[in-house]
Structures are given as structure tokens and as C-alpha cells.
Design a protein around this ligand. Sequence first.
Ligand code: WT7
Length: 657
Amino acid sequence: MMSEAKLEALLTESRAFPPSAEFAAQANAQPSIYDEADADPEAWWRKQAGRLTWDTAPTKTLEWDLPFAKWFSDGRLNASVNCVDRHVAAGRGDKVAYHWVADKEGESRTITYRQLLGMVCQATNALVELGVKEGDRVAIYMPMIPEAVVAMLAVARLGAVHSVVFAGFSAEALSSRILDSDCQYVITADGAYRRGTASPLKPAVDEALQSCPNVKAVLVVQRTGGDVNWIEGRDYWWHDVVDRQSEQHVPKSFPSEQTLLIMYTSGTTAKPKGIFHTTGGYLVQAATTHYYVFDVKAETDVCWTAADIGWITGHSYIVYGPLVNGVTQVMYEGLPDSGGRDRWWKIIDEFKVTILYTAPTTIRTLMKWGPELPDSHDLSSLRLLGTVGEPINPEAWMWYRRHVGGERCPIVDTWWQTETGAILASPLPGITATKPGAAMRALPGISLDVVDNEAQSVGNGEGGYLVVTKPWPAMTRGIYGDPERFKQTYWTRFPGLYFAGDGAKRDADGDLWLLGRVDDVMNISGHRLSTTEVEHALVGHPAVAEAAVVGASDETTGQAIVAFVTLKLSAEEATKDQAPLIHELREHVARTISPIARPRQIILTPDLPKTRSGKIMRRLLRDVAENRSLGDVTTLTDPTVVNMISQLMTTTPSGEE
Ligand code: WT7
């Protein structure tokens, strides 16, 4: 007998949810949008540029010198004005920009657009006093507090470049990023709160700066209090320097192609890549995608992107997209279980959140804590859900739909990257049917394809590599200081096409499914198998909470599948004899996909190694699975997990049948 959960997981693979008529009638995106954009993508983007306030309206749209694009290049604008000033000028100054919710329950701040403008102007004036000039690079290393957004907008207001470094990164990671783009200023905080405990940040900055002699000034927000090391003449308290400034600042405008931001992301080598974005194209696409994908109604929606501003998701969908669109947001400082495992559901109820955007890994964590928690809160304000960051397994998708979305909210599975700057593939709510685990199709104005090794489009029902075939406004303008590496990484695999590094397939209907990074595609006895596919199968088993699969080299089969699995069972159940369960899981995968996909080895582990952005470190797991010495583990949330898994690896037998 097949369990209900298992049956459900299998069924969802082929299930499609059509848009509801009510949603469709009210949707920002109407079906003609695709035809209009297809007919003339550049004209369509030029029209979208009208969402912004330009000091000099652009007459040019795209200039393309592969792989270097310019968008709206003769236009001039100020990013910060587009996010804040113009809403106040339009009489919307009393509208709430952010409901900021602290880690600690009961603590929150409400910031209107008018207040935000005052804060941004004060911070801008302070930066001027500290010496920041147009074009300078400013590192921002901050917790999720309003001052982080204010800092970004103040830097942008001066035509300087922010490089936000996730506050979970180590001192070493911070210093290498500061050095790579020669940041001369750092904005930080004394500490951050995590589940009620203050953890210091400033010591990491102090340590990092020992190797960064060019840093002239450090601006420090006092968040946690307590002693900090202080260097006179270098360090400045935010409350000393910012609070006494005027709340007025007359902005200048800058060319559309002025660099706005740098965001570091890891590549295949140890050195992170400084992906940079410019102003006009990035803002146009961040705002346009936010408007259509999330169907935002500026007057009524309350958007919550549950991400960190230390990642591109936070840049595009906590800061720039939503602020350009003038919406009200929730910005949350804490962890999903700060103050209790139902904290998210309380926040949604209290602030009547309408649009929730998060990552599959978080959904699976919430899922592990049980449906009773969301079920016992009023989540009826929600009307749309989104996911981003990795392929979502159908079981998590269905759980999200049922227990968070009350079976009524469309789910947008949004595919994009740090490099793409904004969403490129996603269903459009009200138009596109959704399928559990599919990003479905390219957005209007975007040209994607799935190609084989020879760069030929694959047919329906086939898999290959995801490429972008035409330039898009928010595309990265390159890797900071390394144009060669930019060409090499993205433009040589398939000449003339942007190679995203992701595997994808078109299903029988022609709809797009992301299959994970191609570096994670396995070759088992000459058969190509996606790690994601095997993970989906494992997670479809009722006992499994999360699974990470790698292809480990194998004498007979080329590669063999090794799976690392966490269970939903209680500690007591989990310590019972594991052999029968391991056997059952291997057979389950063989049954669900094919005997070729039967894992050679399944390691049951209490935890999986994840990067601080929540991605499972498959590269590391492959090293473990192949008994290689472990490389750099500094980006892990908890490096001890790896040692534990290495131990388990040597004590868990391989199945040889
Ligand atoms: C990689 C980019 C985009 C913001 C967060 C991640 C994977 C992203 C999806 C999705 C399947 C996805 C891809 C991509 N990815 N979204 N909806 N379905 N995979 O940004 O750190 O630059 O990572 O994340 O593998 O290449 P990032």
C-alpha cells in the first residue's frame, strides 16, 4: 500500500493549478502582455522605463556589444530619488514604507516614506562629511535593521557604489571583498540579535580592516550596546554623526549606466566574483518584475520578502523593486524561530501580510516544525506566495500551498541569479497555470532557451542547459575588475548565449523546470541523472525531511549516487536500527525514478552543511563522499556538521545488491 503522502508526491509531478478567475480579473498582468513584449522586446522595456522618474529621459534603449550591454544609456536619474523622494513629492509621504519587526517579540518600528526620506538625507549628509564621493565604493556589513536600507540608499544617492556583505560572513571573507573592490568606507553595527542573543559584529570588522589599509572611515550603528573596540579618527557612531544632520539633501542625477552596486557571489573557484549592476536597467527590471510577478497593488499590499539584504534577493525585492513601486513592506530582523516556531505566522497575522516570498529551504524547515503551527494562525491576509533560490520539491510546494496559502494563493516559483539582477523566469499570477516545482516560462521581455551540448534547442520532454538568448536590462555588467573572467564564465560555453550554469528541462507541455546546477548533474553508467530528481524522490518519502545527493566517482559506474538524508522522526525513533529504513529508501528511489537511480549509499544525518544563504553545500558533500580533503568551509553556517557527516560516512555501509 502506498502511503497518502507518497501518492500525493507522485501525483503532484503531473498536476497543474490553473489561475483562478477572480485573480485573473484583477491581475496586473493580462495575457496580451506576452504578445506585446514578444513583438518588440526593446520597445516593451522602453515602456517599462516609464515606471521611473528620470531627470533626463532616455532616448536610447539597448546598445549591445556582446557580452557588454548598456540600457537607457543617455538617461539620467538618481536611484534614491526613485525609491523615496518621488513618493513623498506625490503626496504619499504618510504611507508606511517598512514595518520593521525586531528579533525580539513585541519590538517593531513603523517608518513612513517621509520618515525614510529624512533618514536617507541625514545619512547622505553624514557620508559627505566623512568624505564619500561619487564613484567611491562603500562596504555595508549590517544586520537586518532599517539603517541597512538607509545606508544603501544614502550611498546610491551620492552616486557611490555599495557592496553589501552578508553579516554572517567571516572577517576574512569581509576583508577579501573590501580589498577586491577597494572599498574605502565601511558601514556596520556593533552587533546583531539572533534568537534574543546579542552577537558582536564590530570585532569582525576590526579584524578585517587589519588587512585593509585604504579604509578611511567606519560608521557604526549601535544596535546591541556593550563594549566595543574603538579607533579614534576611523570609527564614528551613527548616532553621533548621522542624527545631527539636516533632513534635507539636494540630490544630483547620474547616468543610467552609473554603477549602483556590487554583490559578491561564489563561483567554481575559491575567489568570489564581484558581480556589479548599474542603475537604470537594474531599477527598471527590479520594479517591473516586482509589479507583475508579485502582482503588487501599491495601495493595499503588504509585501514580505523573508530574505537578507546581504543577498541579491534582498537588494531587488526588499530594497529597490518594492521601494520604486512605493509599497508597504515587512522587514524582519530575526530567524524563523526567534521567540518561537510560530513567529512567522504571528508576523503575517499582525501585519496582515499579503505577499510572502521566501526560499524552499526555509519552507522545508517550517514544514518540519509541523502544519499545526501555520494552521492555528490566521493567514487569510495572504494572497500570493513566492519561492526562490533552488528547485522546490513538490512536497514542499504542496505544503506551502495548503498550509500557508490556504489552497487559494498562487505560488510563483521565480528563477534568477545574482548575475541576472531580477527575476527572468516565473509564472505570472492570473495568467500562467502553476505546477509544483516548475518555473514555467520566461517573463515578458526575456528570451530563454534550453539547449543541448551543441547549443541546439531541445524539444519538449527533453533536458539540457538553460541559456538567455537576448540581453536584459538588469543583467550584470560584469565581474568587478575582471572582464575576462566575465566572458570566460558566462559567454564561452555557448558562444553568443548567456550560460546560467543551470540544468533545465521542458516538459511535455513545453513548460520550464529547473534541475539544479549543471555541476551537480550526475552520470551513472552513462545515464544522466539530476541530483535534484533523486532528492525529490527521497523527500517524497514520508520519513524524509531533507536530502542532498551527490555523484561520487565509482569504479564501475563512473559516478554513483550518495545521498545525505535528514529524517522527520523523533530522536528516539531515529536511533533505532537504521538498516531497514536505509534499505527502504534505496528501494523507494529505485521505484520512483529507475533502478539506475538507486543510491549506492544513504547516510542518515541529523543535519546538512549549508551556506549562510541556506544552500546545501553539495560540493563539500561530494568531497566527503569521495574521501577528499575538505577545502574552504568558511562560508558554512556550522562547519562542525561536515566533520560529523564525514564520521557517519565511514561508519555507514554501502548497499551492494
Ligand atoms: C542560482 C542562483 C536569485 C536569488 C537567490 C539565489 C538557483 C535560483 C531558482 C528557482 C531553481 C533556482 C539556480 C541559480 N535558483 N532560483 N526558482 N528554481 N533554482 O541567487 O545565489 O545567485 O543563485 O540559484 O541554480 O543559478 P544566487
